[in-house]
Design a protein around this ligand. Structure first.
Ligand code: GLU
Length: 450
């Protein structure tokens, strides 16, 4: 049997996915985004085509969907839908976060799980790719409602996870509080304290130092490396940040530590602009402690303003960090960033930039760091948490941050090296996809047809 050309092969795999999953737009977007960049790798490695690596890669190893019934504070029965997509375990146990947000559906969880395979491979750690979540909306729910929901969710999920099998963590709507509730129920159901079955735990009971900060800090370290290659730096630069969750907060903190000035943050109600630089303690107080709205920041901080109708991307600045959610930065947003003098866009969220916006920014010569490389610091630190749990060890903050920094330098360097090797130096989209893919594809070929 003759081997098809790389172009024909990719076309055929994409057509199969489109036929099988016609109602999963985010998943199809993520598949396109990766597969379209793999032609030069497949040309160099016909064995990947022969072993049908792509056909296997686009089909999750296992998908779990389940009912999550719970009682609200008025004792009314509520029902949500739970998901866990175990996408690929060639490199290690399935690994990836849980997202609790009303927008969660099968397409969203599959796109996140697919991205996670390559991201996790890029970290150089032994972790496969997975993702899960629910359409549960934590906003406006009491602490006990959130607890009952997490307990019900885990009552089904616990059968499928474990330190060697699948290790969930946080994502949008799932932070330290939710991981605590999930872990408590897991421990009860499994009659043991298998710490390695979840990451993002509290540092007093098996969690790793720096895990909370890792995604945001890591994204800024990536931006620093990318800028340094171009002879530039963060110091003295204005940063436009979207979001106000865990990723955005620690992007802002690290930008300011490195001498930059982050002047925006946002949530679904609008955005704030603070020309003095965002006061991170106030932001944490409002969003983390009080779980309030971003507009309250402007109420309490002299000189800051809240904008409810407009785009955060219209605020001028040299550095942009989309840290909210998928497809938040579209072509119109990218044009505004270009008008405002943007030099580098670093994705803190997963797939926040639409394909049209990525093309526009790259054509304009803007440095562009895709999420699967730039935000890999979170999951990389989760892998460090797994190592510490397995060896019953604990590293201090400095040591943990140094490891994160070294990993982000490696992620940058391997993405850049792959962009050179496959003919488009400085194209980090191509670089991250190809470097991550080669590592997974080799493992899949070595391990036979499974
Ligand atoms: N949800 C994060 C991500 O998108 C972290 C996952 C983890 O730590 O497992 O990579």
């Amino acid at each position: 049997m003759s081997i098809p050309t790389p172009e024909a092969h990719v076309r055929q795999v994409v057509e199969t996915v489109e036929r099988r999953s016609p109602s999963e737009p985010e998943f199809l977007q993520a598949v396109h985004e990766v597969l379209d960049t793999l032609i030069p790798v497949l040309a160099e490695h016909p064995e990947f085509i022969e072993a049908e690596v792509l056909d296997r890669l686009v089909e999750p190893e296992r998908q779990v969907m389940f009912r999550v019934p719970w009682l609200d504070d008025d004792n009314h029965v509520r029902v949500n839908r739970g998901y866990r997509i175990q996408f690929n375990s060639a490199l290690g146990p399935f690994k990836g976060g849980l997202r609790f947000h009303p927008s969660v559906n099968l397409s969203v969880v599959k796109f996140l799980g697919f991205e996670q395979i390559f991201k996790n491979a890029l970290t150089g750690q032994q972790i496969g790719g997975g993702k899960g979540g629910s359409d549960f909306d934590p906003r406006g729910k009491s602490r006990f409602e959130v607890m009952r929901f997490c307990q019900s969710y885990m009552t089904e999920l616990y059968r499928y996870i474990g330190a060697q099998t699948d290790v969930p963590a946080g994502d949008i709507g799932v932070g330290g509080r939710e991981i605590g509730f999930l872990f408590g129920q897991y421990r009860r159901l499994t009659n043991g304290h298998e710490s390695g079955a979840l990451t993002g735990k509290g540092t007093g009971w098996g969690g790793a130092e720096v895990r909370t900060q890792a995604t945001g800090y890591g994204a800024v370290y990536f931006a620093e490396e990318m800028l340094a290659r171009a002879g530039e730096s963060i110091e003295g630069r204005r940063a436009i940040v979207s979001g106000s969750g865990n990723v955005a907060t620690y992007v802002i903190e690290k930008v300011q530590q490195l001498g930059g000035r982050a002047v925006t943050a946002s949530d679904s109600s609008g955005f704030i602009v603070d020309e003095q630089g965002i006061d991170v303690d106030l932001l944490k107080q409002i969003k983390e402690v009080e779980r309030g709205r971003i507009s309250e920041y402007a109420d309490r901080r002299p000189g800051a303003r809240f904008v409810s109708d407009g785009s955060v991307w219209s605020v001028p600045g040299e550095l942009a960090f989309p840290c909210a959610t998928q497809n938040e930065l579209d072509e119109a947003g990218a044009r505004k960033l270009l008008d405002g003098g943007v030099r580098a866009v670093t994705e803190g969220a997963n797939m926040p930039t639409t394909p049209e916006a990525v093309a526009l920014l790259q054509q304009a010569g803007v440095l562009f760091a895709p999420g699967k490389a730039a935000n890999a610091g979170g999951v990389a630190t989760s892998a460090l948490e797994m190592s510490q749990n397995a060896s019953r060890d604990r590293w201090d903050f400095e040591q943990s941050e140094e490891r994160l920094h070294a990993i982000m330098r490696d992620v940058h360097d391997s993405s850049y090296a792959a962009s050179v090797r496959y003919g488009r130096p400085g194209d980090y989209v191509l670089g991250a996809n190809t470097a991550g893919f080669v590592r997974v594809a080799r493992a899949m070929v070595d391990q036979g047809v499974v």
